[in-house]
Design a protein around this ligand. Structure first.
Ligand code: ATP
Length: 418
């Protein structure tokens, strides 16, 4: 059976994964059955999210009557007094997830759904559920059940702090994290941002998480975890997850982009990128359906340097979330680079000749020779960027965005940020 839960936390603390971990321990003690925890990330642009738009799914091998245990945990742990917290839980007492619930989950990763979309499916399938206040958490709870994780899924090992340390500054030895990363990358990722010498696997908010190690191989993740020197942790949970899978993006043409959704678009650069004060870089691209402004914002760091090297007619595949009519770039694949030329006047006596006016020719500034050539010379410009895939710096990466290092051996060059 599957139990989906969402929307239990608030900016003051808590985390739905923490509730999942505590509930899993209780269920294991009460039922003595095998239990798997899943961490499902949903549409990253949803305005209702507290932090990373996460929901959880608890998968239990056999069927039990668990509604009261789930209710007790939500009522004891959820921040019900916070005006933006609207918990929901859904239970599917079946091994097979109906296809319309799977579609609902797919949509919840990409689009914005209504609470009534979730309740209609809950009614249709006669599912047990718990809904508090507005019950918006039912959307995430049902989506967590519907997200049947395939081969592309990844893992995250989360260490939770002792209650007495909640809200206190986290103690984590930086050197040990760097060592853990060095010995397990590329099977783990986003532990440190090497270029900016930052530890990025620990939150700064008052929630119960000490740190989370992401990767595609649980053994490598555990090996990294064993190397980390930190304050003690009270719980340790391995989640199977859709993080790092690009589950939020869909291929689309420019005219079909919808606000608040994430896309992959193949297009051609229309002009030289512009950088504004604040260091944000904007790029205009077009396909045969329209033009699109893309943005590489300051937090994407060195990624902007690649974007700035693009020129008219380069062919690119851009990926990101479409917000306020602008694609917020997460990744960029340069498919082909156009020939670029710099115009220059003809040379005489080792010096550039002077133009005599439009179509009038050129005069040598030294020997005064006149050349009646109609045009300036064109010299081919060396393109200081390579064809291949680029990504934002790890600290700016969305939970769902696939790190480029996972695309090794896909037949094109990758330039992972690290
Ligand atoms: P945490 O990371 O601790 O779980 P959060 O960032 O996930 O916090 P929530 O407090 O769970 O944020 O709030 C997100 C809310 O948005 C939930 O009520 C969830 O059901 C709802 N939601 C998630 N995805 C969608 C979607 N695609 N459309 C509409 N609502 C959604």
């Amino acid at each position: 059976m599957l139990i989906g839960i969402d929307d239990t936390d608030s900016p003051r603390g808590m985390c739905t994964t923490y509730l999942g971990t505590i509930l899993k321990k209780t269920l294991e003690q009460e039922l003595g059955d095998s239990i798997e925890l899943r961490l499902i990330r949903l549409n990253p642009t949803i305005k209702f999210k507290t932090r990373g738009n996460a929901a959880i799914c608890i998968s239990i091998e056999h069927s039990y009557d668990v509604l009261d245990i789930v209710r007790k945990h939500i009522e004891q742990m959820a921040h019900l007094d916070d005006e933006a917290t609207h918990p929901g839980a859904v239970i599917l007492d079946n091994e097979i997830v109906p296809s319309d619930i799977q579609s609902f989950a797919n949509d919840a990763m990409h689009a914005e759904l209504r609470i009534s979309d979730a309740t209609a499916l809950i009614d249709k399938h006669g599912l047990d559920f718990l809904s508090y206040k507005k019950g918006r958490g039912l959307i995430g709870a049902l989506a967590a059940i519907g997200a049947t994780l395939g081969e592309e899924s990844t893992f995250e090992l989360i260490a939770y702090r002792f209650k007495g340390n909640f809200g206190e500054k986290r103690y984590i030895n930086t050197g040990s994290v760097k060592y853990a990363d060095l010995t397990t990358y590329p099977y783990t990722w986003d532990t440190v941002d090497r270029k900016h010498k930052q530890v990025i696997f620990a939150p700064h908010s008052p929630d119960p998480i000490l740190y989370g190690i992401r990767g595609e191989d649980p053994y490598q993740i555990l090996s990294a975890h064993r190397k980390i020197i930190s304050e003690p942790f009270e719980h340790l949970t391995l989640y199977k997850t859709n993080q790092g899978t690009d589950a939020h993006v869909r291929n689309a043409q420019i005219r079909d982009l919808k606000e608040g959704r994430s896309y992959v678009v193949t297009a051609t650069v229309t002009k030289e990128p512009q950088t504004t004060t604040g260091g944000h870089t904007f790029l205009e691209v077009k396909d045969n359906s329209g033009t699109l402004i893309c943005a590489a914002f300051e937090p994407t760091k060195q990624f902007r340097a690649t974007v700035r090297k693009l020129r008219f007619d380069d062919v690119v595949i851009v990926q990101g979330s479409y917000i306020d009519n602008c694609l917020h770039l997460e990744k960029l694949q340069i498919v082909s680079l156009s020939d670029q030329y710099t115009k220059a006047n003809p040379i005489c006596c080792n010096k550039s000749m002077k133009s005599l006016g439009r179509k009038q020719g050129f005069r040598c500034v030294k020997c005064k020779t006149i050349k009646r050539v109609p045009h300036t010379n064109k010299t081919s410009e060396r393109r200081d960027v390579m064809v291949g895939a680029y990504e934002v710096t790890p600290s700016a990466r969305r939970h769902l965005a696939e790190p480029l290092i996972r695309r090794r051996n896909k037949g094109y060059a990758i330039f992972p940020s690290r």
